[in-house]
Design a protein around this ligand. Structure first.
Ligand SMILES: Cc1ncc(COP(=O)(O)O)c(C=O)c1O
Length: 367
């Protein structure tokens, strides 16, 4: 049967047909509700919350008139530029990294352009590339070790490649590429916008941000959703050379980041002590998790982020569900890596609880 014409007039039983690119997309299922009361080890958030100074700053600075006025970004741009050590024209504030990815793609990708992503990686790379109608080329992380496939990626980049999207460190594998590798990618892809998504930078310490003036095809994103504990606020930054940023701002909605989010970001960067303490706690807790997993004979991938991927073999769904019954949320990733479960690293106290419950589950398989 021929597909109905896209211009067909809808009748009362049928909605309007979307663009073909949208029809072709695989559906994405965001997390279900009810996470807030549980131990949230499933979305790589800060497991404690944001700095109290952020909520205090909001309470102190927010007045009724603020909500009546469209957002103004001037003070935040000044303070964020000083914090990140960039020019004020070398970034745009975004509605989380998700909007950064979207804006980058909207600015540089036409229908059928090639976008290169790695697999497995952050789901939104594929999502926005698919919405744009791009041709997606996926490069798998190294089978078994799940290390960054630098040679394979360099081999896949062609003159026609328009965008390369890299999570560094990568969610969910935790593996990372070093700066030398990033530079080789930038040099191999002079016609492509190369995004280095540094959502977990604070845990890895690897950043390409100081290179934006040297490489005109480099784009770097940062977020306030992870270590800063502000995922609900939806705020991040997308950095590049000033002329690239000017194009992206042209393609970005002028008020996509709300005033509360901007106020929160300004407060968050003032409390660097909270961030460094939390990072220190997570890095110590990550070691604890490695030891605990080894004790149980469970294989895992060493991580540069605040999460660890471990191998439950045939039991990934069972382990996830059994932990959930104990109010501990972890993420099953076996749909893309057989047996894989990802746990977000929180405090040492939280991870001791996780390991205690995991041991019970692991030693008593469900019938
Ligand atoms: C690699 C990576 N980038 C970006 C994000 C989301 O960032 P945001 O909340 O700023 O949109 C995530 C969240 O899981 C992620 O893993």
């Amino acid at each position: 049967m021929p597909a109905p014409s896209r211009s067909a007039v809808p009748n009362s039983k049928q909605g309007l047909r979307p663009r073909q690119a949208v029809e072709r997309m695989a559906p994405y299922h965001p997390p279900t509700g009810g996470r807030i009361e549980r131990m949230r080890l499933d979305f790589n958030e800060n497991t404690l919350g944001c700095s109290e100074k952020v909520t205090a700053f909001l309470a102190q600075h927010l007045v009724e008139n603020d909500l009546a006025v469209y957002p103004e970004y001037g003070a935040a741009v000044e303070e964020l530029a000083a914090f990140f050590k960039t020019g004020q024209d070398e970034f745009t504030i975004t509605n989380g990294t998700d909007e950064a990815i979207q804006v980058l793609i909207n600015t540089y990708v036409d229908d059928d352009d090639e976008v290169v992503i790695l697999k497995p990686s952050y789901a939104m790379y594929r999502f926005y590339s698919e919405v744009a109608g791009a041709q997606i080329r996926e490069i798998p992380y190294r089978p078994g070790t799940l290390q960054f496939p630098l040679q394979e990626l360099l081999g896949a980049i062609q003159p026609a490649t328009r965008v390369v999207l890299i999570s560094n460190p990568n969610n969910p594998t935790g593996s990372a590429v070093d700066l030398d590798g990033i530079v080789r990618i930038l040099k191999k892809a002079p016609n492509a916008a190369v995004l280095i998504d540094e959502a977990y930078y604070e845990f890895s310490g690897i950043t390409a941000l100081p290179l934006i003036r040297e490489y005109p095809n480099l784009f770097v994103s940062r977020t306030f959703s992870k270590v800063y504990g502000m995922a609900a606020m939806r705020v991040g930054c997308l950095f590049s050379r000033a002329d690239n940023v000017a194009w992206m701002k042209k393609a970005q909605s002028p008020y996509s980041v709300n005033s509360l989010a901007v106020l929160a970001a300004r407060a968050a960067i003032r409390d660097t002590e909270y961030i460094s303490e939390y990072v220190g706690e997570v890095l110590a807790a990550r070691e604890l998790v490695y030891v605990g997993l080894e004790k149980l004979g469970i294989n895992y991938v060493k991580s540069h982020g605040n999460f660890v991927l471990f191998d439950c073999g045939e039991r990934s769904i069972e382990v996830r569900d059994a932990l959930k019954a104990k109010n501990i949320l972890v993420r099953d990733r076996s749909y893309e890596i057989p047996g894989a479960v990802r746990v977000t690293i929180g405090t040492r106290e939280q991870m001791r609880k996780f390991l205690t419950e995991l041991e019970v589950v692991w030693k008593c398989p469900a019938k």
